[in-house]
Design a protein around this ligand. Structure first.
Ligand code: BMA
Length: 826
């Protein structure tokens, strides 16, 4: 195979309505090329979004010269391979039309040998306007729109969130967004290889390779080699490979992620070499176990036969303009996910099938992937062309990803059933249901069955295995999206009302930090309710909903920075309440994936990692509430506001839980302290505990009526800590009333810095008084830390390891440190 990369050609771009050519990048897109050429302003800055909507009304042309060498022209075939064209492309070579495309999620291969001439050739790709296409195609398909402010995005196979979403702007772009190259070959070539794994009871793993050649050659020979790192584990001929001592791949927290390199060499029956094929694989089995049990039907993933509590978050595209994103952009957020003890990410159905770098990282980090097909929220057409294109897309993607160690599930769509069930169940609208089932209950599962090996298929998220979308059904079977809190404006305590089998979406918004805000907000218009911040809030009334939830729990903040901080604390309180409840409910509940992990631009959203990479308070909390050994307090009851706003709290008992999902049993000590805000300990206790994998245990119930009566609940807080060996494995604080009613002492914090290296410091915090959610920052420094936004207990030293991007000194850090805890916000 003679491969010629075309991405490195000197590409240029022009607006077909008659403008001059500008330099272009491949992979890339129109918006980033126009910005790079200074033709448009930064799309993310201020309110620039609205001024850029003309771009998707135009047709755009990419063009590049390339050379056809003699050696290339000597090949029988010269294929133009395009892994991703967004979206309505007409491909021409030397002015001759090769093909037109209508789906950005399919890779294409065209033999252009006959069109080539020796030496200089020209490749052009013209993209028609997607919005004009929508206005003129499938005009009979105009469903109720959920996220697209203009409408019609479901009529085209294109990244849906480009059309706008409740966390993302509307930038409908175009471009050659994946790799493009020439492949010259003669005789034969390897079209694809399917590799199956058979995990035997004797502990061996048998791999079977099924190569498919471009031309039939039943007598072609296959040689293989299997490596683990630099060690050759085995080699041989044929297509059956026995791994006698397999090292199994495990999700994060359950074991290692050994990845084998398998390489095949295929030779034609006439002895001519055909080519080689290689993949990096993990030896493991992944199942979705749905067995009858006392609650209904389980919904749990099992890896190598071991049930896993799925801990993670939903992934959206990492940038509005995803083409050409480097591995480092993915590593930043996925390493953060693994660092937060996550073992699963859901690639959500309104974005893209992600890049190879993304799945490489998930393989390496032990992040299982719940992979949606790219359909979300609004109803989709069911005409034969649409189904055929979707089927081709599914086949292309399933074959691309089926060898991934991280791949756990194929899911038909995001919320298309959940949001539209009332219409789909309407007998007068039978065609809608037929269209829905044709795609999600027939076309896609058939592709997964035919080409996806053992990876399971689930028609939609959420889905219960039947049309029932109610919460009670979710307590018995299937997965659930719980949006009563936030979209329903329900109290946070409502998380504890329902015992879902698998919570695949739930969340709370917060504002971005001032540092991230500065990347898009002019200093003269910083107000969260001002023009720019409203433009960077895409959930209708979202900034007011944040304020509503903040005001339910915290005192009125003294300034905007305090409000931003409180919004992040509130986000923690919400998601933590949910995850604590779901984990305590293990094994009835076997998964908690919060909405959302990351952002595609700087915005107020549900994410735990800001667009700049800064961790919101939520991500630091996630590392704590997803810890394998987890200690949590359940306080039944609530603060209730009655007639004339008189309030009454029904909180009296504290249930102390340990939840553990480590791979093997450990022993520990559970400690509890009921503190008074004056620093005294009103009540304390400890208990030796044996933590068994996959168990959640109510270790003790405290009746707090007496201390509450004596001291007043507003003056008390309960700390629960779990030590495993010499390590504090988990620690949490339970407040017995809303923090806005607590007379928190004014914070006084002593900070000491011990440098371990020019970029690594141990920073220690001590305080004579309790500090709730102490956040530290070092002005002008980029750093990661082993903890932040934590509670500081009176007289107890808290050490945090902080790693800096640049070289620092303890003097510099002592001057640059900034602290904020709850009592500082008013
Ligand atoms: C769910 C997701 C997304 C959406 C999120 C927040 O609907 O599937 O579509 O962004 O909630 O509203």
């Amino acid at each position: 195979m003679r491969v010629t990369a075309l991405s490195s050609c000197p590409w240029r771009l022009r607006d077909c309505s008659g403008s001059d050519w500008i330099p272009a990048s491949v992979p890339g897109c129109v918006h980033t090329d126009l910005q790079a050429a200074g033709r448009i302003l930064d799309p993310f800055w201020g309110t620039n979004e609205s001024g850029l909507q003309w771009i998707d009304e135009r047709d755009w042309e990419y063009e590049a010269p390339f050379t056809a060498t003699e050696a290339l022209l000597a090949e029988e075939h010269v294929d133009l391979v395009a892994e991703g064209l967004d979206t309505l492309a007409t491909v021409r070579v030397n002015g001759r039309t090769v093909a037109s495309t209508e789906n950005m999620f399919i890779g294409f291969r065209w033999d252009i040998r006959p069109l080539l001439r020796p030496g200089a050739n020209t490749l052009s790709v013209r993209f028609a306007s997607a919005t004009r296409y929508i206005r003129t195609h499938r005009t009979w398909h105009r469903p109720r729109e959920i996220n697209d402010p203009v409408g019609g995005c479901t009529a085209i196979r294109k990244e849906q969130c480009q059309f706008g979403w409740d966390w993302g702007p509307r930038f409908v772009t175009a471009g050659i967004w994946r790799d493009i190259r020439l492949e010259g070959w003669s005789g034969n070539r390897i079209a694809e290889v399917e590799l199956s794994q058979d995990h035997r009871t004797d502990g061996t793993v048998v791999l079977t390779a099924s190569p498919r050649l471009a031309r039939r050659d039943t007598a072609a020979a296959c040689a293989w080699r299997l490596r683990l790192g630099s060690r050759v584990v085995g080699s041989g001929t044929g297509t059956r490979i026995v791994v006698s001592e397999p090292r199994l791949w495990w999700p994060n927290g359950q074991g290692d992620q050994p990845l084998y390199d398998i390489e095949l060499q295929i030779t034609a029956s006439n002895g001519a070499p055909i080519g080689s094929w290689s993949r990096r694989i993990g030896l493991r089995t992944v199942e979705l176990q749905q067995n009858a049990d006392k609650w209904g039907t389980s919904f749990q993933f099992a890896v190598n036969g071991r049930p896993i509590f799925a801990k993670g978050a939903n992934w959206i595209p990492a940038h509005c303009f995803v083409a050409g994103l480097p591995r480092s952009a993915y590593a930043r957020d996925l390493e953060a996910a693994a660092a937060a003890n996550m073992n699963m990410v859901r690639v959500w159905g309104g974005g893209i099938y992600e890049s190879e770098d993304f799945y490489d990282l998930c393989d390496e980090l032990g992040l299982l992937v719940w992979q949606d097909f790219m359909f979300a929220c609004t109803l989709y057409p069911g005409d034969p062309e649409f189904i055929a294109s979707s089927r081709d897309e599914a086949e292309y993607q399933v074959k691309r990803l089926r060898h991934r160690a991280c791949l756990a599930l194929w899911c038909g769509n995001n919320e298309v059933w959940g949001i539209n069930a009332h219409e789909l169940l309407d007998p007068k609208k039978r065609r809608l249901r037929d269209d829905y089932e044709r795609l999600f209950h027939r076309a896609l599962p058939a592709v997964v069955k035919a080409h996806g090996g053992p990876t399971p298929y689930w028609p939609s998220s959420p889905w219960r295995g039947d049309p029932d979308t109610g919460h009670p059904a979710g307590e018995a079977r299937g997965d659930t999206h719980f949006w009563d809190v936030w979209h329903g404006r329900n109290p946070v305590k409502d998380y504890e009302k329902w015992s879902f089998r698998f919570a695949s979406e739930f969340g709370m918004q917060s504002y971005s930090s001032a540092q991230t805000q500065a990347t898009f907000c002019p200093p003269d218009d910083p107000n969260v309710f001002g023009n720019v911040m409203e433009d960077h809030q895409k959930n209708r009334g979202g900034n007011q909903v944040i304020l509503d939830y903040v005001s339910r729990r915290y005192r009125f903040p003294k300034n905007q920075e305090s409000l931003i901080y409180l919004s992040q604390l509130n986000q923690v309180n919400c998601v933590e309440t949910g995850v604590g409840h779901y984990r305590r409910n293990m094994p009835r509940c076997m998964g908690a994936l919060y909405w959302q992990l990351n952002d595609c631009w700087p915005v107020a959203s549900w994410s735990s990692i800001e667009f700049t990479g800064r961790w919101r308070a939520l991500h630091h909390a996630a590392r704590r509430f997803f810890a394998p050994a987890f200690a949590s307090v359940h306080l039944p009851g609530d603060e209730v506001f009655g007639t004339n706003n008189y309030r009454k709290s029904t909180v009296r008992h504290a249930h102390l839980y340990t939840t553990y999902d480590g791979p093997s049993p450990v022993s520990g000590v559970l400690r509890w302290d009921l503190f008074h805000l004056d620093g005294t300990v009103v009540l304390k206790g400890r208990k030796a505990v044996r933590l068994r994998p996959m168990t959640s245990v109510l270790q003790r119930t405290l009746d707090l009526a007496a201390p509450i009566g004596k001291h007043g609940r507003e003056n008390l807080y309960l700390r629960l800590a779990l030590d495993v060996g010499r390590r504090r494995a988990s620690e949490s604080t339970a407040l017995l009333t809303l923090p806005r009613f607590m007379p928190l002492p004014k914070p006084r914090t002593k900070v000491s810095v011990r440098m371990k290296s020019p970029r690594l410091a141990v920073v220690a915090f001590t305080s004579p008084v309790f500090q709730h959610q102490l956040a530290f920052d070092f002005i002008g420094q980029v750093f990661t830390s082993s903890d932040n936004f934590f509670d500081l207990y009176p007289g107890e030293r808290k050490e945090v390891l902080v790693e800096f991007m640049g070289r620092v000194t303890s003097d510099l850090l002592r001057k640059a440190v900034r602290l904020r805890s709850l009592a500082d916000t008013y």
